[in-house]
Design a protein around this ligand. Structure first.
Ligand code: FEO
Ligand code: CA
Ligand code: CA
Ligand code: CA
Length: 667
C-alpha cells in the first residue's frame, strides 16, 4: 500500500489494493538472474524478448532429474482415494451479500467491535475509543486457527489475526488519510483506536445445537494489540540492531503489526505472521538519510501508510531507527495461557511473512514454509534443529529458536534447491555485511539476494498437504514482470492473475535441500486465450478465479483456495473460496463454494478437525470495486455487510460454514 500519493494508483483505489500495490515497489533490485536470463543466455536475448516463445521453451523443459524426484515422491504417496468435492457450485458475481453453496449455512460468528474481553462495551461506531477497542474484536480479521479443547471438534479456541485498519471505513467523515490528505483528519485518539484494532484475538468458541457461538467471559479470551509486550527470541535477540531507547536489551518489543496469515503448530500454539510492517514507520525522508539506508530500501521502510510516528516516537524512524527491525517476524503465542508472553521467533527470518504452513517431518523435525509477499521476492523454509515432542507439550516451547532458514531457487528443469541462510556460508560474510547470524535473519532479504534465490510473483500462502506431502504455493500476481524477466516458475509476463505451484520434497523429506516442482494451475479466465489460464476443461465459467492468496487443506487432503483481488472490474467476480482438484484426471478443476460481499477479500480458511466446519474471515468488506469512480468511505461503503443498517459501517467478520443438518463439508 503506497496509498493515494503514489503515481501508481488512482485516488479512488481500494485500500487493500494499495496494500497489494505497495508490493509494486519491487524493492528487490538485486542482480539475481531470473531463469529467463539463464535461458536467454542459452537461446539468445532477441528470441526471448518475443516473450511467449521464451515461455514455451521453458515450459517444455523438464529434466529427467525432476521426473525422478517427482516419481520418488509419488512412490511414497498413498494411492489417490480422495473423494471429489460434492457440492453444487454457486454463480460468480458480486453484490452486497455473501453467498454459500446450497445446503450449507454461512453464519456470522463475530464482527469488528463485538465484545471479546469482559467489560467490553457494545459496538457503537459513533463512540469509538481505544479503551473500548482494546476489549473488542479488532479490525480486518485475517488468519483463523482452531485449537480443540479436550480433543473436541465442537469446542475450542479460535485465534484470529487483525491485519490492518481502513480508517476511511472505520471512522466517520474522514475519508482516506494518507497521500494527498497527509493525515489532516487524524488525531492521536484515532491512531490509538487503530493501534488497538491491530494484533489478534483469542476466542473460546463452542457449537451447540448445530450453531457456533463465542463463549462470553471466557478465561481464555485475549486481545493482542500494537502495544502488547512481546519477547524477542532467537539469533536476533539482544542484537545491537534490535536495541532501542525504550529497550536497551533488544529483547522486548511492544506489539505485532500487519499480522496476515499464520498457522497452528501440532503442540497447539499459534504462529502469526507480520507482513507489511514497513508502512507503520515515519517518515520516508528520514529513512533515505538514515543509517540503515540499503536495508530500509529493500524492505520499503519507512512507508508512511499510517501517521502513528507523529504521536509515538518509536514509529518515527528519525527518533528511533532500530524499532523497524523489531517487526517483520513470525510470532508464536500460546492461546491456552492468556498471561503468556508472545514470542517473536527471529530464527525464521525477517521479511513480509504471509503465513507459516508447516509439517512435522518424518524424522520429527518441524518444518515451516513461508512466502515473502512482495513482487520479485522469495519463498523460505525453516527446519528446526530439535524434534517435536508429541508426549510433552512444554518440551516444544522453544523449538523454533534453533534451526536452519533456507530460501528457494527454482531451476528451469523442474528441480529446486533450498539455499541455507547461514552466516559464513555462500557469501554471507562480514565483508558482505553479515558479521553474525543476527544480521542474517534481520536482513534476510539481503542475505537471500546474495544466495541467488528466485524472484517470484508475490509468494502468499503456502500449505503442506499432510496426506501427500506435497506443498502448495500461492503466487498471487505480478503485473510488473516484463517479458524478458519470465522464468520457468514465473512464466507469464504481466502476470495479472497469478498461479499455483506444487512442490514435492525429494524423497518425501521436508528437510531435504532438493525438491521437484510444477505449475498446478495458471489462473485467470480460461476463455480468453491471451490470459493463458490452465484450469481443467471441466471448470465452469463460475469455477475459475484469479489472484490465489490463501490455501487450506481439509482433513481428507483436499485443497481449497481463497482469493484476494477479484472484483467486477478485474475478473467479473467477487473474491471467495474455490475447491481445487489436485489429483487424478480431474486435476486443475476448480469450483466456487463461497463468495464474499462487495469489496471484501477471503482470508483465514480453516477446517475443524472433523471437517464439519469451515471457518473463513471476510476482510475489508465495503471497499470500492476496483473500477469504481468514488472511493468507499464510512458514509459511502460498497456494502453495509453484515448488519445492513443505515449509519453502521461494514464490519470485517468471521463466518462459520456448516452443512445444514450436519456432516462433513463437500463429501
Ligand atoms: Fe496480507 Fe499477502 O496478504
Ligand atoms: Ca489481507
Ligand atoms: Ca494474503
Ligand atoms: Ca493478497
Amino acid at each position: 500500500m503506497i496509498r493515494n500519493d503514489s503515481p501508481l494508483r488512482d485516488a479512488g483505489q481500494p485500500i487493500s489494493v494499495q496494500f497489494e500495490e505497495a508490493e509494486d515497489l519491487g524493492s528487490n533490485a538485486s542482480a539475481n538472474p531470473t531463469l529467463g536470463d539463464v535461458i536467454a543466455e542459452r537461446m539468445g536475448r532477441r528470441d526471448l524478448l518475443k516473450g511467449l516463445l521464451g515461455c514455451a521453451v521453458i515450459g517444455a523443459t523438464v529434466s529427467p532429474i525432476a521426473l525422478t524426484v517427482a516419481e520418488q515422491a509419488r512412490a511414497q504417496t498413498p494411492p489417490n482415494t480422495t473423494p471429489s468435492f460434492n457440492f453444487k457450485e454457486i454463480a460468480a458475481g458480486s453484490d452486497e451479500r455473501h453467498h454459500i453453496a446450497e445446503g450449507y449455512d454461512a453464519d456470522i460468528l463475530i464482527r469488528w467491535g463485538d465484545p471479546v474481553l469482559p467489560g467490553a462495551p457494545a459496538f457503537d461506531p459513533l463512540k469509538q475509543s481505544a479503551a473500548a477497542q482494546a476489549k473488542q474484536f479488532g479490525y480486518n480479521n485475517d488468519f483463523l486457527g482452531f485449537a480443540p479443547i479436550d480433543g473436541r471438534a465442537d469446542h475450542g479456541l479460535l485465534v484470529v489475526n487483525h491485519e490492518y485498519t481502513n480508517e476511511e471505513l472505520m471512522f466517520p467523515a474522514i475519508g482516506r488519510q494518507d497521500g494527498k490528505a497527509r493525515f489532516a483528519g487524524m488525531t492521536k485518539e484515532l491512531a490509538e483506536i487503530e493501534m488497538a484494532a491491530h494484533g489478534g484475538s483469542v476466542l473460546e468458541v463452542r457449537r451447540e445445537n448445530g450453531k457456533w457461538g463465542v463463549v462470553a467471559n471466557s478465561r481464555y479470551a485475549r486481545r493482542i494489540t500494537a502495544e502488547t509486550p512481546i519477547t524477542i527470541t532467537g539469533p536476533a535477540a539482544s542484537h545491537p540492531l534490535m536495541r532501542t531507547q525504550a529497550d536497551p536489551t533488544g529483547t522486548r518489543v511492544l506489539g505485532m503489526l500487519n499480522n496476515c496469515a499464520g498457522a497452528m503448530t501440532p503442540w497447539g500454539t499459534w504462529l502469526t505472521c507480520e507482513e507489511n510492517f514497513n508502512g507503520y514507520f515515519w517518515s520516508r525522508k528520514a529513512g533515505e538519510e538514515g543509517p540503515h539506508g540499503k536495508a530500509l530500501k529493500r524492505y520499503g521502510a519507512p512507508g508512511e501508510w499510517y501517521n502513528w510516528g507523529q504521536y509515538f516516537d518509536r514509529f518515527d524512524y528519525a527518533k528511533e531507527p532500530n524499532e523497524v527491525n523489531r517487526f517483520g517476524w513470525v510470532v508464536e503465542i500460546d492461546p491456552f495461557d492468556p498471561n503468556s508472553v508472545p514470542k517473536k521467533r527471529t530464527a525464521l527470518g525477517r521479511f513480509k511473512h504471509e503465513g507459516a504452513g508447516n509439517i512435522v517431518n518424518r524424522d520429527g523435525r518441524f518444518v515451516v514454509y513461508s512466502g515473502d509477499d512482495e513482487r520479485f521476492d522469495y519463498v523460505y523454509k525453516f527446519v528446526t534443529e530439535g524434534r517435536v515432542d508429541t508426549a510433552n507439550r512444554a518440551a516444544n516451547a522453544d523449538l523454533l529458536d534453533r534451526g536452519t532458514l533456507y530460501v528457494a531457487k527454482y531451476n528451469a528443469d523442474g528441480t529446486g534447491e533450498w539455499l541455507p541462510l547461514v552466516q559464513g556460508q555462500g557469501g554471507l560474510t562480514a565483508e558482505n555485511g553479515f558479521p553474525d547470524q543476527g544480521t542474517v535473519v534481520i536482513h534476510a532479504r539481503l542475505a537471500a539476494d546474495i544466495l541467488g534465490a528466485t524472484k517470484m510473483d508475490r509468494p502468499e500462502d503456502v500449505e503442506v498437504n499432510p496426506k501427500t506431502g506435497k506443498v502448495y504455493l500461492m503466487l498471487t500476481n505480478n503485473s510488473r514482470r516484463k517479458p524478458e524477466q519470465v522464468d520457468a516458475a514465473n512464466p507469464r509476463p504481466d502476470n495479472k492473475f497469478g498461479h499455483i505451484i506444487e512442490m514435492i520434497p525429494e524423497g518425501g523429506d521436508h528437510a531435504a535441500t532438493k525438491f521437484a516442482w510444477n505449475i498446478l494451475v495458471k489462473c485467470g479466465d480460461p476463455s480468453v486465450a491471451s490470459v493463458g489460464a490452465t484450469f481443467h476443461a471441466n471448470t465452469t465459467k463460475d469455477g475459475w478465479f484469479g489472484m490465489p492468496d490463501q490455501v487450506a487443506v481439509d482433513n481428507l487432503g483436499r485443497v481449497w483456495i481463497g482469493t484476494d483481488g477479484n472484483s467486477l472490474a478485474a475478473t467479473g467476480r467477487a473474491d471467495g473460496v474455490w475447491a481445487l482438484e489436485t489429483e487424478g484426471a480431474a486435476r486443475g478443476t476448480s469450483k466456487l463454494f463461497f463468495r464474499c460481499p462487495n469489496g471484501a477479500e477471503l482470508c483465514g480458511p480453516y477446517f475443524t478437525p472433523d471437517d464439519e466446519t469451515f471457518f473463513v474471515a471476510v476482510q475489508h468488506p465495503g471497499e470500492a470495486d476496483d473500477g469504481a469512480k468514488e472511493p468507499a468511505t464510512f458514509e459511502n461503503p460498497s456494502t453495509r455487510w453484515p448488519d445492513f443498517k443505515d449509519g453502521v459501517p461494514p464490519r470485517p467478520s468471521v463466518v462459520a460454514i456448516t452443512r445444514r443438518g450436519g456432516g462433513k463439508i463437500a463429501v
